[in-house]
Design a protein around this ligand. Sequence first.
Ligand code: IMP
Length: 457
Amino acid sequence: MTPQTDPCCESDLLPSLGVDHGHCAVVGLQWGDEGKGKVVDLLAGQFGLVVRYNGGANAGHSVQVGDQRYALHLIPSGVLSPNTLNVLGNGVVIDPAQLVKEINELRGKGVAIGDNLRISDRAHLVFEYHKTQDVLYDQAIAAAMGGAAPIGTTGRGIGPCYADKALRSMAIRVGDLLHEETLLDKIGRVVTVKNTVLSALASQCGQPFEPFDPETIFRDTVELTKVLGPHICDTAELLHSSIADGKRLLFEGANATLLDIDHGTYPFVTSSNCSSLGVHTGTGVPGHKVSNVLGIVKAYQTRVGGGPMPTELNDATADRIREVGKEYGTTTGRARRVGWLDLVALKYTATISGATGIALMLMDVLAGLPELKICTGYTHEGKALKNFPADPGVLDNLTPEYETLDGFEQAIEDCRRFDDLPENAKAYIARIEQHVGVPVVMVSVGPRRDQTVLRDV
Ligand code: IMP
């Protein structure tokens, strides 16, 4: 069975999106969950390769094809398109147990996983001890700081794995799976040190701690390698030879630009460069090769976990948007925080990620709201801010300036052409383009592939 049956997928979308040549990155411009999976799935058939460059199983891309919904965490969303090669680049952190689970689930739904999946031998591995460390760190630091706001991670071990990558001698790479002796040796050394650190952390948190057994981890990992081994290769070499063969590459961002470790709302971020800037270090493909960046933007704002969110709402409008937009995490099931669209933050992230076009997602969710607010400025201590601030204390205490636009009454999920959209929806889109200076090239009006409006160019 092949899951792709929508005609929308077969037509050539790229000229309408301004992506008619070269390689393209699809990147979230808010705090994640913007709908990148749907866009990558739509475009994948028109690219030879879909490449993940950052993050790990903290990401959750849900893709709906017909009545079937696929929740992907590690495997690129291109897996639902035949003839597309899916690559996990060196910048991804891979939980081998989760990856095997995902492969098995997809196979169970009839999706072919074979030569169409490649995993970088330079990517790093996430183990169970990373997840324990993730949770304990957040708790221990919050306790040590007298109940300071925790980052509220997904608990998938992402931060500790990237930290071990930076520490080097604590890291285990995908390539190590192919050398049992090296793997056994590394697991033995690393787990000994981890047990020391984790037992101290657990005791600080007042929790029991059962030391990890290196032999069990080794045995389990060897079993998982039976599934993963055939997919492991030098993916940088593969990408460059594919480019030389005239293939086109689509880079699939995970998480989003406001969660970027360098440019996001630090420290309330994830541990990778999830802006488009991560494409290059996370795959080995240099900057000048990627000429198009499609920025994925939700028609409102959401955030999961801790950290500042200037336009957050805690009222009946937020509840309504959360319910209609099904704003509950794909990875953790947590209710997402909801707010009005923040154009100050969006202008900043569109600039950092170099967005050449915007795909505006979940526009249908706003239908029926009598008015729509949109944040176009910040003031702090009585002064207008010129830039998006780095300081979380400032972000937490600023006052958003809103413009109020008329809402649109009618449901829009059956709109297929830009001209079919209500005038007030078009005015909302025009205001985004005017403030951010980037064209909105696609509007999503529902989860299905066919519920997509392309801008006539
Ligand atoms: P971590 O990536 O699990 O370390 O979590 C760090 C922060 O990023 C937490 O606030 C998470 O909720 C948030 N986060 C990480 N990945 C995603 C995502 O894909 N969507 C939304 N939030 C995310």
